[in-house]
Design a protein around this ligand. Structure first.
Ligand code: ZN
Length: 200
């Protein structure tokens, strides 16, 4: 595993073996931490870079799995949305799909609840995009229109319960960084994709 630059201050960490799972280093903030088996590789990829927090976009095992080990090794606090605190601290997802329910993780203490509008990392603002999990968050940076969207675009049901204000496509991002898959630098493509998703 290694850090692959996507902007001048954001790196993508592609997680094996499927290589569609991602963690990110945004400034000094590690966003997500893969499965438990990824923790050592992520620590190695981070090398001696300064990390000051681990933001968990949502409490699913493929995003929070490595957080306990990373917190213990680096001494960094774990932050997540208020609706996911119980899950992160208990080691199992709330109301998960049968597949997600299989993924447990080492429980880890949440040091800060991230709420809509909170500032984190290099210029990012927290968006409440609950749905895929009760406390899912995304990170939005207006200055270069970068969206770290967690699993928003992987979960179609997400759209049915989502207040319009928080719909990521209305942000018109220039760069979208997914929990799964490659970065997307074509906002027109994203718009077309989002418009095809079913809605209420
Ligand atoms: Zn995921």
């Amino acid at each position: 595993m290694r850090l692959t630059p996507v902007t001048d201050d954001i790196f993508r960490i592609v997680l094996p073996p499927l290589r569609h799972m991602n963690a990110y280093l945004a400034g000094e903030v590690l966003v997500d931490a893969g499965l438990g088996l990824h923790a050592r590789g992520i620590l190695k990829a981070l090398d001696r870079r300064t990390v000051t927090a681990n933001v968990v976009t949502h409490a699913h095992g493929d995003h929070v799995g490595g957080s306990k080990t990373i917190r213990d090794e680096l001494g960094v606090p774990v932050w997540c949305g208020p609706g996911d605190v119980d899950a992160v601290q208990s080691g199992k997802p709330a109301a998960a799909s049968p597949v997600q329910a299989l993924f447990r993780w080492k429980p880890v203490q949440v040091a800060r609840e991230l709420r809509e509008g909170d500032e984190v990392g290099p210029g990012f603002t927290v968006l409440d995009v609950a749905g895929h999990s009760p406390g899912q968050i995304a990170l939005w940076r207006e200055r270069d229109r970068t969206l770290i969207c967690a699993d928003v675009f992987l979960n179609v049901e997400f759209y049915t319960g989502l207040p319009g204000l928080h719909e990521p496509p209305r942000l018109e991002p220039q760069l979208v960084l997914f929990g799964h898959g490659k970065p997307l630098r074509d906002p027109a493509k994203l718009k077309v994709f989002a418009q095809k998703l079913p809605r209420d």
